[in-house]
Design a protein around this ligand. Structure first.
Ligand code: IMP
Length: 191
């Protein structure tokens, strides 16, 4: 089954391909010949994910899905949350975002955080949402070179290593995106 993944993030595309496997032909925006940066103007992950999928479905008429993720830090009342990509400004710099996060957490004993991913699937014009959560903690300095975003400072529960110290396959054992994608696969298998 062909599914357009409404994302320009190469890391996310690779992660989704390895989770969805061979049964689903995951086509990136670039491969679908779509060269747009879809806005994320809303204040919930659900609304942003919905908008991204709708924009692509209206453009192509092809079944598609999108994903929006936020890092929710307990001691920061859920921030950066839906603003995770632009936490330190419109430059969307991973390093600047991590730096701001570590400054805001300095001296705080509670380092608990979670990633929450929301996938919006638009299939035959009908939308279904799937959520995936990964609980963990923020460490006080970067470790590892893999992954992207906040991966170098996020250690999932039941691991001693950051996401950036894991292979893609290993990260998928814990990750929010993998958990949401597994629900998506279960739904598609049933449908
Ligand atoms: P978005 O879903 O592309 O809007 O992601 C928002 C931001 O969350 C990204 O720019 C990353 O900084 C961060 N993010 C999303 N998923 C992950 C992940 O799996 N690991 C680390 N950071 C992530």
């Amino acid at each position: 089954m062909k599914l357009i993944f409404a994302s320009n993030n190469q890391h996310k595309i690779e992660e989704m391909r390895s989770i969805l496997g061979n049964r689903f032909d995951v086509v990136s925006l670039k491969e679908a010949g779509i060269d747009i940066d879809i806005p994320e103007p809303h204040d919930t992950l659900e609304a942003n994910a919905s908008e991204k999928a709708k924009v692509i479905y209206e453009m192509t008429g092809v079944n598609c899905f999108s994903e929006d993720t936020g890092l929710e830090v307990y001691a920061l009342n859920g921030e950066p949350g839906v603003k995770s990509a632009r936490y330190a400004g419109e430059g969307r710099s991973f390093d600047a975002n991590i730096e701001k996060l570590l400054i805001n957490l300095a001296g705080k004993a509670d380092r608990r955080a979670r990633f929450r991913a929301v996938i919006s699937l638009l299939i035959d014009g009908k939308e279904i949402l799937f959520e995936g959560i990964c609980e963990g903690k923020i460490i006080d300095e970067k470790r590892g070179n893999g992954g992207f975003g906040y991966d170098p400072v996020f250690v999932p529960e039941a691991s001693a290593r950051t996401f950036a110290e894991m292979s893609r396959e290993e990260k998928a054992n814990y990750s929010h995106r993998a958990r949401a994608a597994e629900k998506l696969v279960a739904f598609l298998n049933k449908a």
